[in-house]
Write a protein that binds this ligand. Structure first.
Ligand SMILES: [Zn+2]
Ligand SMILES: [Zn+2]
Ligand SMILES: [Zn+2]
Length: 112
């Protein structure tokens, strides 16, 4: 892989950042863009997770749910994002949710 060719991703795209536990990750996946949200919110009706930016000005992505309102996640669910671990498909290093930005902006051997 050539250096300097890869741009740091801005979302946790599951094709680039492979979740260690796909089942756990699927509970934390945005229904609009299918990434793991860095700024998660949930639908006020069906409680499906979404990125704040994905939900904005849109309807809930859940089939049959027409709600356009979202609410903040409870602290327990928000904290559960911290348990997510990913493998970078560029350099094979493991990183946790909070280190997504620092991995791709500082630590990733394939990007630096
Ligand atoms: Zn999204
Ligand atoms: Zn909904
Ligand atoms: Zn990497």
């Amino acid at each position: 892989m050539q250096r300097g060719k890869i741009l740091p991703p801005t979302t946790i795209d599951l094709e680039v950042s492979k979740p260690k536990e796909p089942r756990l990750a699927s509970l934390h996946t945005c229904g609009c863009c299918f990434s793991i949200p860095l700024d998660p919110v949930k639908c006020a009706s069906c409680e499906k997770i979404s990125c704040r930016s994905s939900f904005r000005n849109r309807q809930c992505p859940t089939t049959g749910c027409k709600d356009t309102n979202y609410k903040e996640l409870c602290r327990v669910f928000r904290n559960s994002f911290a348990e997510l671990e990913f493998e970078c498909t560029y350099c094979s290093m493991l990183f946790v949710y909070e280190n997504f930005n620092s991995h791709y902006l500082q630590d990733c051997k394939a990007i630096l």
